[in-house]
Design a protein around this ligand. Structure first.
Ligand code: NAD
Length: 428
């Protein structure tokens, strides 16, 4: 390849893998389709607040390591900031910016009274002890506490963070203000003011979306083989809930490798195996699939529930599924989207498909503020109501405007957001 075209190819590859660039392309696409006023789009092209913090942590061997962390509030026009906290070696400012923007859009699509935020720390929790993770969490919380508060900014779990970490965040914030403040974070353990159903909520929302899709499209979900990439909070709970509803989960993977069985995997058995093993990759009672080829396994419904950019223009042509339901945030690049669309694969976008998590986070926050807790039956029924309503609204826009579901979801979210931006006006 001549040097110039080689450079162009590398540049377009880099942009394809940059989540902020992807997110802004998605915004522009919706903005131009809707003829949106430039000032609204300009507001959304900027994050309202970006905080970078250094997080010194005393390690077990007595040394001090300094980690870099971020908390970004993308937009607060529809309410306080809401969004998870990620611990991962590949966390970057552009990634956190994109994730905070997608939170703004997601809360608007499902109509929750929140703005969007996200946080992250560049670290590898797999190489840290529990004590080191606790000290990292408490110091990071203290560093970003100038932004936090139940009516200001409410974090939640994301990749490599969990209920225990949320409890430390709640405790650290409470120690700082001098009283117990459960509403400052969601995804907490029940004992510390958490909500029933929160742990399973994102996976459950993915299931409700897929079931509604099967109702509208008229296919039998119990006969449609499902493959799920990622076996963490979203992926493992989705697998469990699909299996509980009689669906056949034929593929499942984590960062170490993938499993496949055309007759259906025994999810309970894999969950039990996971209790005593770091990864499911060597689980003995299934075929093994290399991680980089997992999205190509034979299935009808593919649920990427791991990280960004796992479906790219390079592997999109090998996806066998008819439906891609985005459990993860940003798993399909924009170039891959075009390839899938040309091949007639329907993608249900992240800002709709995985909104079950933030929806039950919202319920948890409401319960904390009222100090009155609901039954799990109530929570799941309300979750279903919100997710199905949002799905139908987006589907209806997609049909009416003859656009794909991602563009339709952006149009629904942007429309709601633009109304708030316009009516609040520009201060001063
Ligand atoms: P998690 O840390 O609980 O699990 C992540 C899983 O992905 C792990 O099983 C890990 O091994 C696997 N993984 C990582 N890289 C992989 C790869 N290349 N191939 C296959 N598997 C890989 O994280 P989570 O909370 O389940 O989040 C997963 C995704 O869902 C993220 O994109 C996150 O932003 C999104 N999300 C999470 C929530 C939530 O409530 N936790 C809500 C909405 C969206």
């Amino acid at each position: 390849m001549p040097e110039k075209s080689q450079k162009d190819a590398e540049r377009s590859e880099a942009l394809e893998m940059n989540p902020w660039h992807q997110a802004m392309e998605q915004l522009d696409r919706a903005g131009s389709k809707m003829n949106m006023e430039p000032f609204v789009l300009e507001r959304l092209r900027h994050c309202k607040r970006i905080l970078t913090v250094s997080v010194p942590v005393k390690m077990d061997d007595g040394s001090i390591s300094v980690f870099e962390g971020y908390r970004i509030q993308h937009n607060l026009d529809r309410g306080p900031a809401k969004g998870g906290i990620r611990y991962h070696p590949q966390v970057s400012l552009d990634e956190v910016k994109a994730l905070s923007f997608w939170m703004t859009m997601k809360c608007a699509v499902v109509n929750l009274p929140y703005g969007g935020a996200k946080g992250g720390v560049i670290c590898d929790p797999k190489k840290m002890s529990i004590g080191e993770i606790e000290r990292l969490t408490r110091r990071y919380t203290s560093e970003i506490s100038i932004l936090l508060g139940p009516d200001r900014d409410i974090p939640a779990p994301d990749v490599n963070t969990n209920e225990q970490i949320m409890a430390w965040i709640m405790d650290t914030y409470s120690m700082t203000v001098g009283y117990s403040c459960p509403g400052v974070v969601t995804g907490k353990p029940i004992e510390a003011g958490g909500s029933l159903g929160r742990k399973e909520a994102t996976g459950r929302g993915v299931f409700y979306v897929t079931r509604e899709l099967s109702n509208i499209r008229g296919f039998d979900l119990r006969k449609a083989p499902v493959a799920i990439q990622g076996f963490g909070n979203v992926g493992a709970n989705a697998a469990k809930i699909f299996a509980e509803h009689g669906c056949k989960v034929v593929g499942i993977s984590d960062v170490g490798g993938g499993l496949y069985d055309a007759k259906g995997l025994d999810i309970d058995d894999i969950m039990a195996y996971r209790q005593t093993h770091e990864s499911i990759a060597k689980y003995p009672r299934a075929e093994h699939v290399p991680v980089e080829h997992f999205v190509e396994v034979p299935c009808e419904v593919l649920i990427p529930a791991a990280m960004e950019n796992t479906i790219t223009h390079e592997n999109a042509s090998k996806v066998k599924a008819k439906f891609v339901i985005e459990g993860a945030n940003g798993p399909t690049t924009n170039r891959a989207d075009r390839v899938l669309e040309e091949r007639g694969v329907l993608v249900i976008p992240d800002i709709l498909a995985n909104a079950g998590g933030v929806t039950v986070s919202y319920f948890e926050w409401v319960q904390d503020i009222q100090a009155y807790f609901w039954s799990e039956k109530d929570i799941n029924a309300r979750l279903q109501d919100i997710i199905v309503r949002a799905f139908r609204e987006v589907y209806e826009v997609a049909q009416r405007e003859r656009v794909d579901m991602r563009l339709a979801a952006f149009m629904v979210g942007l429309n709601r957001l633009a109304k708030a931006v316009r009516i609040r006006g520009t201060f001063p």
